[in-house]
Design a protein around this ligand. Structure first.
Ligand code: GLY
Length: 332
């Protein structure tokens, strides 16, 4: 399944993967992102974009591209919010949530997956080889095993030490924008990655280890279609990051895509969803970070968060990557 390379044949992509990544001023709502090919959340999205772009350049589909991109932070030991090295739940288990989706109604997800680094690949297998859209917990792990994915202990010594330290007080206090403070993550978050071909086809992926030290069984927004990710043909795609409960309450990605469907720009749609959360939740989200990233069918990008500090990576059709600060409702 996924988007066939044939769908985009004849649309040449020039250039190579950018060796370096520039930091840039915020993108205007309509900008040179006309040509955006891959966008993803946070600074670590730059490396993911490079892998996605390379997969695309090698002849892969958009689904191949977003899967390849998502696998980069999943395998990154220094990233404590995704995959291997992710911080565990309150009981010491690293559990992963992921979803992958194309623009033809194909979607696959896993939640609470234990023992397999590449949750995004297991999610893709759910999409490609089952009639279902999500497998959870023990069933997801059984499926991964049956599909031949290698299992391993995902709790690294560093993550275990952080968990044992946390147990001394066992307080849960989300730290905004911790995703960009590498090596110090005490909280969570997520990579959401969206790809668009030159002819306007779309795909997306989202993967996370969720909130650090969460209650066992907790699932956030990331693997839920319409919450952490939504892709809609002819409209656009959106992904979310930050405190998953706040995104899930409003079916955040679906709201952003719905606004784009009604004619809003990607930027205005992301902003509207953030404003809605703040209006709905008031004091409860006073210190919370929630952010949306979206791309429309024409390649226009939008990104907006409650608090300043959310960044996203944009790789254009020439393979050039820039990390951008998003707009935010609150000021620094
Ligand atoms: N946004 C990821 C999570 O809350 O699990």
């Amino acid at each position: 399944m996924g988007i066939s390379r044939r769908d985009t044949l004849g649309l040449a992509l020039a250039g190579t993967v950018a060796a370096g990544t520039a930091r840039a001023a915020p993108l205007a709502a309509s900008s040179t992102a006309d040509t955006a090919l891959v966008v993803s959340t946070w600074d670590f999205g730059a490396a993911a974009n490079a892998a996605a772009y390379a997969a695309w350049k090698a002849g892969g589909t958009l689904i191949d591209a977003v899967e390849a991109g998502a696998k980069v932070p999943e395998a990154d030991l220094s990233n404590h919010s995704v995959g291997l090295g992710g911080y565990p739940d309150r009981d010491g288990h690293v559990t992963l949530d992921a979803i992958i989706m194309d623009d033809r109604g194909h979607a696959g997800a896993v939640a609470g997956l234990e023992g397999y680094v590449h949750a995004i690949s297991v999610a893709r297998r759910v999409m490609d080889r089952t009639p279902h859209t999500m497998l959870v917990g023990e069933g997801a792990a059984q499926f991964a095993r049956e599909q031949g994915f290698p299992s391993q202990n995902l709790l690294t010594p560093e993550a275990e030490a952080a968990w044992r330290e946390w147990l001394k007080k066992a307080e849960y206090k989300p730290v905004a924008n911790i995703e960009n403070q590498r090596g110090t993550a005490l909280d969570h978050d997520t990579i959401g990655i969206l790809a668009r071909s030159p002819d306007g086809r779309l795909a997306g992926a989202c993967t996370t280890s969720g909130m650090a030290f969460k209650l066992r069984g907790r699932v956030g927004d990331s693997p839920q279609a319409g919450c952490g990710l939504l892709v809609e043909p002819g409209v656009g795609a959106a992904t979310a990051t930050g405190v998953g409960e706040e995104v899930t309450r409003i079916a955040g990605a679906a709201r952003v895509v719905g606004s784009m469907r009604m004619g809003m720009s990607a930027m205005a749609a992301c902003r509207e969803a953030v404003e809605h959360i703040v209006a709905l939740r008031g004091e409860a989200v006073k210190d919370a970070q929630v952010a949306f990233l979206a791309i429309d069918r024409n390649g226009k990008v939008g990104a907006f968060s409650i608090l300043p500090g959310f960044t996203y990576a944009v790789t254009d059709a020439n393979g050039r990557t820039r990390v951008q600060p998003a707009g935010s409702l609150r000021r620094a």
